[in-house]
Design a protein around this ligand. Structure first.
Ligand code: MN
Length: 256
């Protein structure tokens, strides 16, 4: 994997998937680091993810500014992405969204958002909560410059997800497929935890060993992960835009 063309195509698909899975709505965005230049990343111009096409993808630097002349409006919160790529060299893809199910956990801190279901293990054992007011006082809650982005990235540290108090979340992963998968299952894990709380009694979170077992020996293009990507993309109406991975071809060539 990795040609520029393929990556941009996958980014368009990822936008549509996140929209169809209700992770994003009119707001929220996903980006991917450039395979050609680790100091650049790709993200849509200011547009609802559902509507993103190839021509809407722009290339930004780690300062959050476009690398070419750009007259179209950009996402105000692109600095979330820039700062996370700056802080985390291994991260290849970032999502920021406001999925409703996760919001209570950034507001009521007594119950931490941690994995409680097996697909929730992708969010990682710890999900820190970032409060923009801690350092910046009264703002409009948006991350609109590098200083704020860096503060968020610092709170995220080496984790996969950080909640943003009263606002949403930021997630980071080593590939587009992984960041989409973790961002789809994050609200579902939050919903299961909320409902379990309503039933009352003590919450049984996934054990550290269970989280580790689920994340071990994992390849983003394994048949299991591809199955989800293919399903979500098809459901979002862009199955025709997929590039089949090696194992899918191999299966067709060797019917035995
Ligand atoms: Mn936001």
């Amino acid at each position: 994997m990795g040609s520029l063309d393929t990556i941009i195509q996958e980014l368009v698909v990822a936008n549509r998937i996140l929209a169809h899975e209700d992770v994003v709505d009119a707001y929220g965005h996903i980006s991917v680091r450039s395979p050609d230049n680790p100091r650049h990343f790709f993200i849509a111009r200011s547009l609802a993810p559902e509507l993103v096409e190839r021509d809407d993808i722009v290339e930004l630097g780690l300062d959050g500014q476009p690398v070419r002349e750009e007259s179209r409006a950009l996402y105000l919160e692109r600095f979330i992405h820039a700062a996370i790529y700056e802080a985390r060299p291994e991260v290849q893809a970032v999502v920021h969204a406001h999925a409703e199910e996760i919001l209570p956990f950034g507001i009521a801190r007594a119950t931490p958002l941690r994995p409680v279901i097996h697909s929730g293990s992708f969010i990682g054992a710890k999900v820190p909560v970032w409060d923009i007011a801690d350092k910046f006082g009264d703002t409009n809650l948006l991350v609109t410059n590098m200083e704020q982005g860096r503060d968020l990235a610092k709170c995220l540290a080496g984790n996969n997800v950080a909640l943003m108090r009263g606002h949403g979340f930021a997630s980071a992963a080593p590939s587009l497929i992984e960041v989409v998968r973790l961002s789809v299952y994050l609200p579902r894990n939050a919903r299961a935890l909320l409902r379990a709380k309503q039933l009352g009694g003590e919450i049984t979170y996934l054990r550290q060993g269970e989280i580790d077992a689920r994340n071990r020996g994992y390849s983003p293009y394994s048949p299991e992960t591809w199955r989800a990507w293919e399903y979500w993309a098809t459901k979002a109406g862009c199955g025709h835009m997929l590039n089949q991975p090696e194992h899918a071809h191999a299966k067709k060539k060797a019917p035995k």
